[in-house]
Write a protein that binds this ligand. Structure first.
Ligand code: SAH
Length: 236
């Protein structure tokens, strides 16, 4: 069943314009049809009782939970938009709570805050759609752009940096993740990789270097792989 994130209150449920269009014109819903809504991080089964203007009433809460027990953050470099969009969508599906974009020395793309903010609207729409599709209660938070020096504000219980040059000498990510479920963050480098000083800076800030296996992955693959491993361990 289609899920929609709404605002307002249970007496006054407000749908975004795009979703009203979706309900009426794409899904061609009729009076009496049921949909799922998420209001203030809680999901409900609701029935459409009027189409012009759209009005629904709540039937019952939906108790099935799709959230991870702990926060999961991915730090992702500034890249071309298609990679950023892919990572936002997949991070949402895998259960991440935050995607934080950062600048680094070897980022191919240089974006100032204003240009990033323009893209952010589209990024938020992708995150919302992905959360609806996979029946989550939360929409992944999109933050940035930050400089690596300012990463402290986003640190969680345990923080990892994926570094391919240490592969072979460092523990694989999955071995690091013990059974106690803690909030976790991981940073992957840009297409050109991390510079040595950036790794030292992250290690000084408490990040532990981990490997993602024997093969060198593209940054978007590295992000999706790392998030999958962490999500798997959190749900184990
Ligand atoms: N340094 C490479 C490619 C960077 S891959 C080059 O010269 O082109 C992009 C990022 O993905 C890396 O910075 C790292 O964070 C992550 N990554 C990819 N494969 C990895 C692996 N096998 N182990 C750990 N991190 C990896």
């Amino acid at each position: 069943m289609q899920r929609y994130f709404v605002s307002g209150s249970s007496e006054n449920i407000i749908f975004p314009e795009k979703d009203i269009f979706h309900i009426k014109k794409v899904m061609r819903n009729k009076v009496g049809d049921q949909i799922e809504i998420v209001l203030s991080d809680k999901a409900y089964l609701a029935t459409i009782d009027k189409l012009e203007p759209l009005h629904v009433y709540i039937n019952e809460p939906i108790l099935k939970e799709a959230e991870l027990e702990n926060d999961l953050t991915i730090f992702f470099p500034l890249t071309k938009s298609d990679k950023a969009e892919l990572v936002i969508q997949k991070a949402s599906e895998i259960g991440a709570s935050k995607v934080v974009f950062y600048r680094s020395k070897r980022c191919v793309i240089k974006l100032d805050q204003e240009s990033f903010n323009k893209k952010k609207e589209r990024y938020l729409a992708i995150a919302k759609e992905a959360s609806e599709q996979c029946h989550r209660l939360k929409i992944v938070d999109i933050c940035g752009v930050i400089n690596l020096q300012d990463i402290d504000n986003y640190l969680l219980d345990r923080n990892y940096v994926a570094y391919e040059l240490e592969a072979g000498n460092t523990s694989p990510l999955y071995e690091e993740l013990s059974k106690d479920n803690k909030s976790t963050s991981i940073i992957v480098g840009p297409e050109g990789g991390f510079e040595k000083e950036e790794i030292s800076l992250l290690v000084n800030k408490g990040f532990k270097v981990v490997s993602l296996g024997k093969r060198i992955l593209r940054c978007e693959t590295a992000a999706i792989y790392a998030l999958s491993v962490i999500s798997f361990m959190m749900e184990k």
